[in-house]
Design a protein around this ligand. Sequence first.
Ligand SMILES: *Cc1c(COP(=O)(O)O)cnc(C)c1O
Length: 349
Amino acid sequence: MFDLNSLLRDNIKRLTPYSSARDEFKGEASVFLDANENSFGSPLPVNYHRYPDPLQWKVKYRLAEIKGVPPQNIFLGNGSDEAIDILYRAFCRPGIDNVILCPPTYGMYEVSANINDITIRKASLTEDFQLDLEAIESAIDENTKLIFICSPNNPTANAIDKEAIEMVLNNFDGIVVVDEAYINFSRHKSFIQELTEYPNLVILQTLSKAWGLAALRMGMAFASEDIINIFNKIKPPYNINQASQELALEALNNVEQVNGWIKETVAEREKLVEALVKLPIVEKVYPSDANFVLVKTTDARGIYNILTSQGIIVRDRSKVELCAGSLRITIGTPEENVTLLQALQNIAQ
Ligand SMILES: *Cc1c(COP(=O)(O)O)cnc(C)c1O
């Protein structure tokens, strides 16, 4: 049985969160002398002298419309990485608890576990990069608090079968984190509409990829209101700055442009794959539901070095488990993809 309260660390259960000036007075007023801000203004064309909304309601209301989920079920972090760190700090006792990762996958789950002194148990993906449910099952013990599932997965680019994720959600009494950083490029549907069904589900998304806002640092977590309240208790009071909140809100009103880019990226991906598989230096292009492809080559390091010398940077993943010989290549603009292909064709000759 999933019981959020028993999963929570005792120090977090007992925690009295920081109460900011913005938390304590919320009404209308004309003279704000409660937060030790500079009352004169900012040395900028735009004023940033007031602390921002700690819970970023304007951004959340807009996201709620786009995602079809109530704003109370949304957490905003300084990148998804903040949400990942908060998950560890909320549920995992350092030196005691463990989490399950399914490599090859996103590196921050492991780094964040190490920072928080949490044991990692690995249940590697199968050869076709799907969940190994038996390995996951045998890795779970009474101190397993989180299972991270990345879908579409980085660096393999494929989506994880929905039924397998549901199997984990139904049979694990801890938190199942489904990282959907690349969901906008996928043929598979988001798990967001399943939130009401699974109290142990946390979905991560980000504005860093399809939304084109990596530099703003804004990640999202979607979960039950109880879990979101725990996140809000732990996060630094003003974790999303005013400029980021304003710019995100503005960007979220340009859904059409983003959807256009997603279509174009997917079309470019299909074109690129078609050309890549014809190259003699390419052994395999793995199926992609993301804005990148994992390409198995005859000589990953050699190709990487030649591309780099020409100012074309891809990611060498050849040292990663199950990814021997592989490069991870982000889909670029049509011009960038032509440049890449020409360079690869030259290497192939
Ligand atoms: C890029 C990426 C993120 C995004 O991290 P941010 O901190 O929001 O930029 C999260 N998860 C995965 C799997 C990613 O590849």
